[in-house]
Design a protein around this ligand. Structure first.
Ligand SMILES: C[S@@+](CC[C@H](N)C(=O)[O-])C[C@H]1O[C@@H](n2cnc3c(N)ncnc32)[C@H](O)[C@@H]1O
Length: 208
């Protein structure tokens, strides 16, 4: 088991935990999709997908390029009793091993910033969305108050000040909006919107 994946899971469980149910609720309300299939892209150790599953009737596919992350995601799925509505799938977002139009909802938090070829990734996510399906992709912490709480906890853990905040404010910026708008145009995604707010973060919604 990779120490990196285990360390990520510890932080997700001990620090980030309160954000996932809040973001899941926001996504479910924003899209109005609560049944069918949902893909969590770059799921890490699974907490957003699990929160989505717990607040809906959706069947979840937990997708990540890291087998180490997925191994821990499987432990977390079992611990929450969600095996029946869950499966894991390994691969790169630029080539998702799924059929065209096979997913009603795609969600992704905190992964998009690592995608080396975002235009290819957007085209691929659009391909696997069913007609009427939506994808909500981006990053955020649920609310400004939760973001502040997490920033303090991360700084207390690292014994550093400012570094974590600097990284997050770069990710959640107008520069980020411009970068991903360009990629969405390159991918010829016909229908999307982008939200950037202090409260919820940076989110792209793709409509099919
Ligand atoms: C910061 S973690 C976020 C995990 C989870 N979504 C969360 O919010 O807790 C980013 C995840 O994206 C995955 N990832 C990065 N690039 C990817 C790619 N090209 N294809 C699939 N997964 C990717 C990483 O392996 C990692 O698990």
């Amino acid at each position: 088991m990779s120490d990196k994946a285990r360390d990520f899971d510890t932080i997700a469980r001990e620090v980030f935990a309160p954000i996932y149910p809040v973001i899941a609720r926001q996504i479910l309300e924003h899209t109005g999709i609560s049944s069918g299939r949902c893909l969590d892209v770059g799921c890490g150790t699974g907490y957003l997908g699990l929160a989505v599953a717990e607040q809906s009737d959706l069947e979840l596919t937990f997708f990540d390029q890291s087998g180490y992350m997925l191994a821990i995601a499987r432990e977390n799925i079992a611990a929450r009793g969600m095996e029946v509505r869950s499966r894991t799938l390994q691969g790169d977002v630029v080539r998702i091993p799924m059929q065209d139009e096979s997913t009603n909802l795609a969600v992704s938090r905190g992964s998009i910033f690592f995608w080396e070829r975002p235009a290819l990734a957007f085209a691929e996510i659009h391909r696997i969305l069913s007609p009427g399906g939506k994808a909500v992709l981006g990053g955020g912490f649920g609310s400004a108050a939760l973001k502040e709480q997490i920033a303090r906890e991360m700084e207390a853990r690292d014994g550093q000040t400012g570094q974590w905040r600097t990284k997050i404010s770069k990710n959640l910026s107008e520069e980020t909006v411009r970068k991903y708008e360009k990629a969405l145009r390159e991918a010829q995604i016909p229908d999307y919107d982008i939200d950037l707010s202090e409260e919820t973060g940076f989110w792209i919604t793709v409509h099919k």
